[in-house]
Design a protein around this ligand. Structure first.
Ligand code: OKP
Ligand code: ZN
Length: 334
């Protein structure tokens, strides 16, 4: 296994997120050092070495994202002050404001996802990391780890939100798609609404996710069990929402079920949106998963026997994400 990691990722430094409960700003949990903590732990504990990415092309980004959205992100990232949406377009508003401060509320889903000078470079670096790891998997049929930061699974074709700007998992999936059917397994604590949305009408890319019940947790409006795909994609989307009180057995049952579905789908390759925020000690999520449970999930995924790109999403315990990653990867390596 090779880890792909870019030193540019650390230059994304969101300072605050808006918390509705209390109407206050609080310290942003998507800490700059997250990816490097994972890189360092994988290297020192498991001897997994990290390589830098090759830059993702505009064409490969446009396979996932809307061109105007990409242009908007790149331009607004040049701003000197940190900016974010404060007025949101609801229910299918079609007109994109000319004023970039207003357009933020068209393209953004929440005030937890700030943009400032230098956002574009690290965000693009994370997409490059995902693309490069997928390229290595495509070339060698092995499993590799894209240590992406910021995460990507809440970003859609033309929107950012939930700490995400570009959908790294979809960038990886697009690199693998020409080789045959792609399954995406998302076990981040939060539902991967952006990834679901990108592939909702596709039958050659299966999206399956285990996550907190959206009634209780972000992204609130997506991730319910009755979202099963649309048109040609009907039957190729699977959501397993779990209550906050879910036990390890509940979690295992949900994972078992999506793994059966993925095995039946017989994908040529697999993308895993890896989140460590269902870890019992996570400050943002915090479900019931221990280190051992991450290892177990890793070995279950390994037993699918499919070449896999691991794409980093959430996980916010700076004390423990390294250990979560080591446990998960030791399961993946067998
Ligand atoms: C990103 B990933 C604050 C709500 C905003 C956003 C969570 C984004 C998680 N009350 N929370 O899936 O780990
Ligand atoms: Zn998450």
């Amino acid at each position: 296994m090779i880890a792909v990691y870019s030193e540019a990722e650390i230059r994304h430094r969101p300072e605050y997120e808006f918390e509705g409960n209390g109407f206050v700003l609080r310290r942003h949990p998507e800490a700059a050092g997250r990816a490097d903590a994972i890189r360092a732990a994988l290297h020192s504990e498991l001897g997994v070495a990290a390589v830098p990415p090759n830059p993702v092309s505009a064409r490969d980004l446009e396979a996932v994202h809307d061109r105007d959205y990409l242009r908007f992100l790149e331009e607004i990232s040049k701003t000197d002050t940190v900016v974010g949406p404060d007025t949101f377009a609801l229910r299918g508003i079609a007109r994109v404001p000319q004023n970039p401060m207003a357009a933020l509320g068209y393209y953004g889903t929440d005030p937890a996802t700030p943009i400032g000078r230098g956002t574009w470079e690290p965000v693009r670096a994370a997409a490059s990391v995902a693309w490069t790891a997928a390229d290595l998997v495509a070339g060698g049929g092995e499993t590799h780890y894209a240590i992406c930061r910021p995460p990507g699974h809440h970003a859609g074709r033309d929107y950012f939100g939930g700490f995400c700007y570009l959908n790294n998992a979809a960038v990886a999936a697009e690199r693998l798609r020409p080789l045959g059917r792609v399954a995406i397994l998302d076990f981040d604590y939060h539902h991967g609404n952006g990834t679901q949305d990108i592939y909702y009408r596709s039958s050659d890319v299966l999206f399956a996710s285990v996550h907190i019940d959206p009634e209780y947790g972000f992204p609130h409006f997506y991730g319910f069990a009755d979202e099963t795909g649309d048109g040609e994609g009907a039957g190729f989307n699977r959501n397993m929402p779990l209550p906050k009180t879910a036990t390890v057995d509940d979690y295992r049952r949900a994972v078992d079920e999506v793994l059966v579905m993925i095995a039946d789908f017989a994908p040529a390759s697999l993308v895993v949106s890896v989140g460590y925020d269902a870890y019992e000690g996570d400050p943002v999520g915090g479900l019931c998963l221990s280190f051992d449970e991450f290892q177990r999930i890793g070995s279950q995924i390994r037993s699918l026997g499919v070449p896999t790109v691991l794409v980093q999403e959430g996980g916010y315990s700076m004390d423990d994400i390294g250990r979560c990653a080591v446990a998960f990867v030791s399961g993946m390596l067998g």
